[in-house]
Design a protein around this ligand. Structure first.
Ligand SMILES: C[S@@+](CC[C@H](N)C(=O)[O-])C[C@H]1O[C@@H](n2cnc3c(N)ncnc32)[C@H](O)[C@@H]1O
Length: 187
């Protein structure tokens, strides 16, 4: 599972939910994590970790006393991630929509940042927008949200939720396929 072939086999079974048949490259992973303040972040959330390509990198960079809460709806990916032996990691087999109640259940009221690989284009519009709204609500002031997409279809929605001037966009040509990365800040 922790390789391209394993990801492909699982992703192809339900391409609408997985949104991609290849895991993110190191270029995309680095671009997604570039603006995260790992020195200070204590509560980190990841949406759609898949086989954990970005998760492993977050774990490498985060503080020893920080926590990483992952939301993954695919049972096989969830079980794979659950085997990662790191006490800072909490993996939930729950949709990202439930971020507010789930972090409350874990005893948190706010988060420092959220790294999202959700296939927003494949998620019903209203659910996608609610995920963004709920996530912004639980982000701390100055909290960071990053999301990648293979199209620009969510650029407008992100700007309406985070405010135009708080959404910066980058294009990563070295990923296959090339991807847009949105870096959003809650001000
Ligand atoms: C494009 S893959 C990204 C995998 C990995 N993070 C990467 O970058 O290679 C998207 C992942 O989002 C998960 N996913 C889709 N809808 C979700 C939802 N509503 N909540 C949580 N995870 C979801 C899929 O199961 C899939 O693993």
């Amino acid at each position: 599972m922790h390789n391209k072939r394993g990801f492909f086999k699982e992703a192809i079974k339900n391409i609408k939910i997985s949104g991609s048949i290849v895991p993110s490259s190191k270029f995309l992973t680095n671009a997604m994590l570039k603006n995260v303040d790992f020195e200070n972040a204590k509560v980190i959330v990841e949406f759609g970790p898949g086989n954990g390509i970005i998760t492993y990198e977050i774990l490498k960079r985060m503080r020893p006393d920080a926590v990483l809460i992952c939301f993954e709806v695919n049972k096989q990916f969830y079980e794979h991630l659950n085997k990662i032996n790191d006490k800072r990691l909490i993996v939930l087999n729950v949709s990202a929509e439930n971020i507010k109640s789930e972090i409350n259940n874990l005893g948190f009221t706010e988060i420092d940042c959220c790294i999202s690989s959700l296939p927003l284009t494949n998620i019903p519009n209203i659910i996608g927008k609610n995920i963004l709204i709920n996530t912004r609500q639980v982000l701390k002031t100055n909290g960071h949200f990053s999301q990648f997409q293979y199209s620009l279809s969510f650029f407008k929605k992100l700007k309406s939720v985070f405010n135009k001037k708080n959404v910066k966009i980058k294009f990563e040509v070295l990923n296959i396929p090339p991807a847009f990365i949105y870096n959003c800040k809650k001000i």
